[in-house]
Design a protein around this ligand. Structure first.
Ligand code: MOS
Length: 750
């Protein structure tokens, strides 16, 4: 790509909607309970399904007392491997990059605790639940392999979604040999479960060979095809509705056994069936973040400049499938080093298969990298912010490519200013508050890729001057439908109130995946292109019509705003959309557009969002209790379509980071392999009292290359940087460097 490329986003006219902090359009429906989530659907003649799950982690089911369950007056059917009709595709095969192997009663094997072993269908939820209790499974139990040291190590072929496990750039040995300082350190992160507020739920109904499903889903059209494939029907025979999601975080982007079982039961019994997983069943068949063990070697010269950066990560995965948390990749793109070397290993354990979970790789990897860098700064005796500035990457360290835009320096400066970082004592254990608590300040850098996927959209101008825009986008609470409607309104030169935004069902143009922090960029580009296509078609009609005041203006001589086309050079010449359509006898006019990135553009520049997070903690010196009293993040993520929603996403990410640092850990009993804290009492996540004060600053960034709208993403970056910032602040407060998450009271006392 030549350096003289014109600035595409400068050609985009932003109207009254983009950039406005509009409130979520679905907010009122949600707070009043009017929003219909999947489990709120009650079709006539509905059957309730409850999954019976294994209480062992490895072995086989020898017997189930199906007769006892069926004898329950409300129970209609019990589905087990013995009577389960086959699927059109084998769930033990890999079907595409996003396809995970799953358990849908294909045999009697048990591969993890909480695995489905039967499905009970009943007239009521209570009867179905009681039915599962009557099954009294008898197992043949094999010892569970839990934890890094008990699992089976192996070398994965890929990490994350199709990524390479190893990466080398520069001469690592030379970089290590040249070092004045070397930090050699190891960090551990635990298994974490998505735990969206809304557990996975599905209502399935068949009409002949046509299937309607209500289920929360992050990739509606893609998933429609996957569901269709498993049931041997064409994709257009599947109608998937996912208007509201109570969180997804990656786990609702994948197909899993429970959803498939529900659809199968509905077909078998020829009745609509509802299945909503209870909370404890979220700790098994629907994905999680694998645990990691990460070794880092940071070699620096006397002034703290990296001469080599080595990052080896080992992650847990299941015994039967792969998703390897690509944690070491966090060291590829953030800090300048003449030599970077990363490796990934894996250990098979008897849990469900991990999957993408908010900021896969970057979250865990950043949690280790940002602390290792802090260790290096402390060893050398320089300020952590100065350390990061000395290692500032002017070009992408992994590829040498220029960044499409990178306002990280501004993030550091404005974040530090807002936080009051200046004057931070270098040594730990120097600050206390009035109550005698130890006070510490720490920081971390944040980074997340700015990918684009593929999406399509349609925009229809209507005779009454309003418009209908359509794309099957997923709003999982992040506010996509609001931000996307803002983009659509501007592309059409309309007020957002004049735009009907239709989304969330599989019969619409493919809105792509709400994931990878690329949804607004991808679906937004498709909507923008659809809107401008409709306007271009309308303009062509007007400028070629002698009866129009715009006659002869030429396509480029017209612009769209306030529901009218205007002559660019003569303000007295304009015409409303409805008038143009009416005169040409048209009821409506349709435009279409796609969103995606030209591979050549992706090759030419490195595209990332960046940020800096500053944390203050107070630690009780006697009790070891940690309170994060302040969090300030500053983020540069291209053009912000809706600052209120973007901030809310960043807050959510930062809270997640706090949760990672101090709270979340799934604990599997080493004897049974069972998750022992499979509920929200035992699996800790922060509450309001854990988050006294936080700020997310949005740093201006004009990205001329990332896409036509200049949009990056904000969904995941907030986690990165935050975990390390808090851990580093705890070190600064106490002088104790904890290298295993979550950081606990017992790590800080004694
Ligand atoms: Mo996500 S883990 O990109 O839903």
């Amino acid at each position: 790509m030549p350096d003289t490329i014109p600035f595409p986003s400068a050609q985009v006219r932003f109207g009254s909607s983009s950039g406005q902090p509009l409130t979520r359009r679905d907010g009122f429906l949600k707070v009043t309970g009017a929003a219909t989530f999947a489990a709120d659907n009650h079709p006539e003649n509905l059957l309730h399904a409850v999954v019976a799950v294994s209480t062992i982690a490895r072995g086989r089911v020898v017997s189930l007392d199906v007769e006892a369950a069926k004898a329950h007056p409300g129970v209609v059917e019990v589905i087990t491997p013995a009577n389960c009709p086959p699927l059109a595709l084998d769930p033990d095969e890999k079907h595409g990059l996003f396809g995970f192997r799953f358990d849908a009663l294909q045999n009697d094997r048990v591969r993890y605790a909480k695995q489905p072993i039967a499905l009970v269908l009943a007239e009521t939820l209570e009867a179905a639940t009681e039915g599962t209790r009557l099954l009294a499974p008898v197992y043949e139990t094999e010892p569970a392999r839990i934890g890094f040291d008990n699992g089976e190590p192996y070398a994965p072929a890929t990490v994350g979604v199709g990524g390479a496990p190893d990466f080398d750039r520069g001469d690592l040995a030379a970089g290590l040999a040249a070092a004045a300082h070397l930090v050699d350190t190891e960090y551990e992160t635990p298994a974490q479960y998505h735990n969206a507020m809304e557990p996975h739920a599905i209502v399935a109904e068949w009409d002949g060979d046509t299937l309607t499903i209500d289920t929360p889903n992050q990739a509606i059209v893609l998933s429609r095809a996957a569901y269709a494939a498993f049931f041997g029907i064409p994709p257009e025979n599947v109608y998937l509705r996912s208007p509201f999601l109570g969180g997804g975080f990656g786990s609702k982007a994948i197909l899993a056994g429970p959803q498939i079982l529900c659809i199968r039961a509905a077909r078998m019994l020829q009745r609509p069936v509802k299945l909503a997983l209870p909370r404890d069943q979220m700790f098994g068949p629907v994905g999680h973040r694998g645990a990691t063990r990460q070794r880092l070697r940071l070699a620096t010269d006397a002034e703290g400049r990296l001469t080599a950066l080595e990052h080896h990560a080992v992650a847990t995965t299941s015994s039967f499938d792969e998703f390897i948390e690509p944690a070491a990749n966090a060291s590829h793109n953030l800090y300048a080093s003449p030599a970077i070397s990363t490796r990934h290993g894996a250990v098979r354990v008897d849990t469900g298969t991990p999957g993408p979970m908010r900021a896969p790789g970057e979250a865990s990897g950043s949690a280790a990298l940002e602390c290792a860098l802090d260790e290096a700064a402390a060893a050398i005796g320089i300020d952590p912010l100065e350390m990061r500035l000395r290692n500032y990457a002017e070009t992408d360290p992994a590829t040498g490519r220029p960044f499409s835009a990178k306002a990280l320096r501004e993030c550091y400066a404005q974040g530090a200013e807002r936080f009051g970082w200046a004057g931070r004592p270098l040594a730990p254990r120097q600050m206390t508050d009035d109550a005698g608590r130890l006070v510490g300040w720490g920081m971390g850098s944040a980074l997340f890729p700015a990918p684009m996927f593929q999406a399509e959209a349609r925009a229809t101008l209507r005779a009454d001057g309003t418009a209908l825009v359509e794309t099957a986008a997923a709003d999982m609470g992040q506010g996509a439908w609001t931000a996307l409607a803002q983009i659509a309104a501007d592309s059409l030169g309309l007020d957002i109130e004049q735009v009907e935004f239709r989304s969330g069902t599989s019969d619409l143009p493919d809105g792509g995946v709400a994931g990878g922090s690329g949804h607004t960029a991808t679906a937004g580009s498709a909507l923008h292109n659809a809107g401008t296509d409709a306007i271009a078609k309308l303009a062509e009609i007007a400028v070629n019509d002698p009866a129009s005041p715009l006659f002869g203006a030429g396509n480029a001589g017209v612009e769209a705003r306030e529901g009218r086309l205007w002559h660019r050079e003569d303000e007295t010449r304009s015409e409303g959309y409805g008038d143009i359509l009416a005169r040409s006898g048209m009821e409506s006019l349709e435009g279409s557009g796609t969103g995606g990135r030209d591979p050549a553009d992706a090759e030419a520049r490195a595209m990332f969002s960046h940020g800096a997070v500053f944390a203050e903690v107070k630690v009780d010196p006697d009790l070891g209790q940690v309170l994060v009293t302040r969090l300030v993040g500053a983020f540069a993520a291209g053009r912000i379509i809706n600052p209120k929603l973007a901030r809310s996403q960043l807050y959510g990410g930062m809270i997640w980071g706090l949760s990672f640092a101090l709270h979340e850990e799934a604990i599997h009993d080493r004897r049974t392999g069972r998750p022992v804290n499979a509920d929200l009492a035992g699996y800790h996540i922060p509450v309001h009292a854990d988050i006294p004060a936080m700020e997310a600053l949005l740093i201006d960034e004009d990205d001329r290359y990332v896409n036509v709208l200049g949009i990056k993403g904000v969904g995941e970056i907030g986690i990165t940087g935050t975990v390390g910032a808090i851990a580093n602040a705890i070190w600064h407060a106490t002088g104790v460097r904890v290298r295993r998450y979550p950081i606990r009271i017992e790590d800080l006392i004694g």
